[in-house]
Design a protein around this ligand. Structure first.
Ligand code: PHE
Length: 508
């Protein structure tokens, strides 16, 4: 685009036209302003025309375009003049101008073309006996070809003033050719006066005080401007995918559980889930323990005693683990290792209601594990979890709802494989056939919560709770083609990718 002074200069000349039928010619305007014709048209004329500051009338011309060879001649001389001058130099030095002598002095193409043209134009001749080049005494040597090329160049391809046989020559020698070209007649536009007024971009205190605001022309808002891209405020890729999972759960009638406490007591994360206190997942290798505050309060003593009893002695058809359950161990604060900690709190709260009501709950949030970091493992990641508490639910319901859930992400081929979780029985790994990889891949874990977990809470005898969980990172990495989890999350994250990753659609 052109600068303000160029626009100013153009509009001033349009204003000076006076008569409505007078016009300026775009090529001469371009020449006067010292810019290229295309720059004038695209950078200035089109926008002024749109604002009605000027009115344009197109004129189609034939323009002569100079070839690359023609440009080299326009910059120097035609080959025939170069050839003639070289012969003359040699002859003037009193020597015979032999072909091998002149060959050394001229470039191959100039030599061939120059010789041909100089002979044709009878500027030189070849001596029959010696084969030397001779100067023709009557020769009128003028560089009319290079001059014509320069004229075309100076006139932006307009042939004005050039004889038609010269144009024919240029064409047959492939030094220039005729190309159609559009220029414009520039007339004064209906709104020229508005455009000539300095347009203010903001209302200032000075304008208000001086009353100048009444007469100032304000630049109109451009509501189509996209604005500068902001440097922040982008949704992280994981959040885009999380939103899609959220929509799937909401579509299926699930309510979101509050997941805002990353710090959890071992009690809700493990003990309430009937995970024995000697379980390997609880030791320092997998769990981050807090040093300050080291311990949590466990509010409901009654429930706590029931959990102690089920661990130590069993109940609800179970023999328990037969060890001394430690309240101190249960009170240890940790960073939650799975979102099932949230589910256990919520089921406990649900059991405290006067009357049991069926519930469908979900959560998607961060969990923490003290793992060795590599391309697919971080010490913090996100889990997606869904649970249904209702009367008389069976394994069939669990498999059915999992099928429904995964179908919404385009996964309809599922298989279940028996597995073990301390808090579910039976427990099923979920595998899905990956069409791209052409193999079965594990996509989640699930099960029916054990009576040892839900009965001490007070969940009624005939109520079953089915649940499943998966990671958020895995589908995100597959969806966005991320190979290393560290490009997705953490201090090495690719910020450009975060800003440019498209929105996610899981449903097909
Ligand atoms: N909490 C389990 C895990 O961390 C997932 C799970 C959720 C399993 C619900 C069964 C039921 O992998």
């Amino acid at each position: 685009s052109t600068d303000v002074s160029t626009e100013e200069a153009l509009l001033r000349s349009v204003e000076e036209l006076g008569n409505a039928s007078d016009f300026l010619d775009s090529p001469s305007v371009a020449r006067k302003l010292g810019i290229g014709h295309a720059a004038l048209v695209d950078g200035l004329l089109k926008s002024l025309n749109a604002k009605l500051a000027i009115r344009l009338e197109p004129v189609t011309h034939n323009r002569w375009e100079i070839s690359a060879e023609g440009i080299t001649y326009a910059d120097t001389t035609s080959p025939e003049v170069a050839f003639y001058n070289t012969v003359k130099e040699i002859v003037d030095a009193g020597q015979l101008c032999m072909p091998d002598q002149i060959e050394k002095k001229l470039a191959k193409q100039v030599l061939a073309r120059g010789k041909q043209q100089a002979l044709r134009r009878k500027w030189i001749a070849i001596d029959k006996g010696t084969k030397a080049f001779l100067l023709n005494d009557d020769a009128q040597v003028v560089d009319d070809v290079a001059d014509a090329l320069r004229t075309l160049r100076d006139q932006d391809g307009a042939p004005d003033g050039l004889p038609s046989d010269m144009l024919k020559t240029l064409k047959s020698r492939k030094l220039a050719s005729l190309k159609p070209f559009k220029t414009f007649k520039i007339f004064e536009g209906e709104r020229l006066a508005d455009a000539r007024k300095e347009q203010a971009t903001e209302l200032t205190k000075d304008m208000l005080e001086s009353g100048q605001w009444k007469s100032v022309a304000f630049k109109p808002y451009n509501f189509n401007a996209e604005g500068k891209p902001t440097s922040g405020g982008y949704l992280h890729t994981l959040l885009k995918v999380r939103e899609q999972f959220r929509l799937i759960f909401l579509e299926m009638g699930f309510e979101e559980m509050p997941t805002n406490n990353y710090v959890e007591s071992s009690f809700w994360n493990f003990d309430a889930l009937f995970q024995p206190q000697q379980h390997p997942a609880r030791d320092e290798h997998d769990t981050f323990f807090l040093s300050d505050p080291e311990y949590a309060n466990v509010p409901d003593r009654d429930y706590l005693e029931k959990v102690r009893r089920v661990h130590e002695e069993g109940g609800f058809g179970s023999r328990g683990y037969r060890y001394d359950w430690s309240e101190e161990e249960a009170r240890k604060n940790i960073l939650r290792t799975h979102t099932t900690a949230v589910s256990s709190r919520m089921l406990y709260l649900l059991a405290q209601e006067k009357e049991f009501k069926p519930k469908k709950y979900f959560s998607i949030d961060r969990v923490f594990r003290n793992e060795t970091l590599d391309a697919t493992h971080l010490a913090e990641f996100h889990q997606i979890e869904g649970l249904v508490a209702d009367r008389n639910l069976s394994l069939g319901h669990l498999k059915g709802i999992i099928h429904e859930f995964f179908k919404k992400m385009g996964m309809s081929k599922l298989r279940f494989k028996p597995t073990h979780n301390p808090y579910t029985t039976p427990s099923l790994e979920i595998h899905s056939y990956h069409e791209g990889l052409k193999k079965w891949v594990e996509v989640g874990n699930s099960g029916v919560f054990r009576p040892e977990m839900i009965r001490p809470m007070g969940i009624p005898e005939d109520v079953t709770v089915i649940a499943w969980g998966l990671s958020l990172e895995r589908p995100t990495m597959i969806r966005y083609g991320v190979r290393n989890i560290r490009d997705l999350f953490g201090h090495k994250v690719d910020l450009k990718a975060i800003q440019t990753n498209p929105i996610c659609r899981l449903t097909f």
